[in-house]
Write a protein of this length. Structure first.
Length: 299
């Protein structure tokens, strides 16, 4: 497997160090020793199955989207059609300009794959920050928030943005792509970008798929639209679908964490055959039927 490690200042866009690992023990030793601000474990032979500690809740089916899940082609088609419409809008917005897509893990991962497959000819790099709000750095890591407590993925968004700042001059647009449920997270992440002054360095485009055709996010979307009206962001693009069924559904996302208090370290969710789940495969076959979105480039 291939492990990408990121630290506070970007030496390269995607990762500052890349290590081949062959076992869960080797992976755990590296992330605990090096304490990156984030890491991503990508599929690359030889494969192994990352497993949580005995008694851990990390891989339990706890979210309503995970309980009694059944593949729904009609729901999948709604997701896919929304992605097609959003890709068209995004293509028109950025044109041929060099663009960096900032698509957080976990939630934006399936959205980028669905949207990006319809943008094969644009000059786009995609960067996946690791920002899940329910995951924390360990006390031993020394990575803390403004109050001096172990930083969460919510604060990690700021660290990931600070890490990218030295490379932003290479791009015309920064496209922040994410899921929109209530819209609160997107509004908060945009406030982070503006608070860091990134809107003075690069044109920011907010872009997302909205749950329940946008009915749940009307208030927050008005706040985001106001940022465009004020000139703080260049554009706000969104499309609605019947359900963001991938939200917090680790078996559809295909990625998760082994520990919620030991760092922002993404691993693939694999079965005993070191394959993705059947529900992941069915969803991908219906939503990603046109091909693959551009993957993160190394280096």
């Amino acid at each position: 497997m291939e492990l990408w490690l990121r630290f506070l200042r970007a030496e390269r866009l995607q990762a500052d160090s890349v290590v081949d690992v062959s076992s869960p023990e080797e992976w755990r030793g590296i992330v605990r020793d090096q304490r990156p601000i984030s890491s991503i474990l990508w599929l690359k032979p030889p494969l192994f199955r990352p497993t949580a500690a005995p008694g851990s809740v990390c891989f339990m089916r706890r979210h309503p989207h995970e309980k009694n899940y059944a593949n729904n082609p009609e729901r999948n088609a709604s997701f896919r059609q929304a992605a097609i419409r959003l890709a068209s809008k995004l293509g028109d917005a950025v044109g041929a300009e060099k663009t960096l897509v900032f698509a957080p893990l976990r939630g934006a991962w399936p959205i980028w794959k669905a949207v990006g497959q319809f943008l094969p000819d644009l000059e786009i790099d995609v960067y996946h920050p690791v920002t899940s709000s329910f995951v924390f750095h360990s006390a031993e890591s020394g990575i803390v928030n403004r109050q001096g407590r172990p930083a969460s993925g919510r604060f990690n968004n700021i660290l990931e943005l600070q890490r990218l700042r030295p490379v932003l001059h290479e791009y015309r647009f920064l496209v922040y792509l994410d899921e929109i449920v209530s819209g609160g997270m997107m509004a908060g992440y945009l406030r982070d970008m503006i608070g860091l002054g990134l809107d003075r360095d690069i044109k920011i485009v907010a872009c997302g798929l909205a749950d329940d055709f946008g009915r749940r996010s009307e208030f927050k979307r008005r706040l985001i639209a106001a940022l465009k009206d004020e000139g703080r962001i260049a554009d706000f693009l969104w499309e609605g679908c019947s359900s963001l069924i991938t939200q917090d559904q680790k078996y559809l996302l295909g990625i998760h964490y082994l520990d919620y208090h030991d760092g922002l370290n993404i691993v693939p969710v694999l079965n005993d055959r070191t394959e993705y789940s059947d529900e992941y495969t069915a969803f991908e076959s219906e939503v990603m039927a046109s091909g693959r979105a551009p993957n993160p480039r190394w280096p």
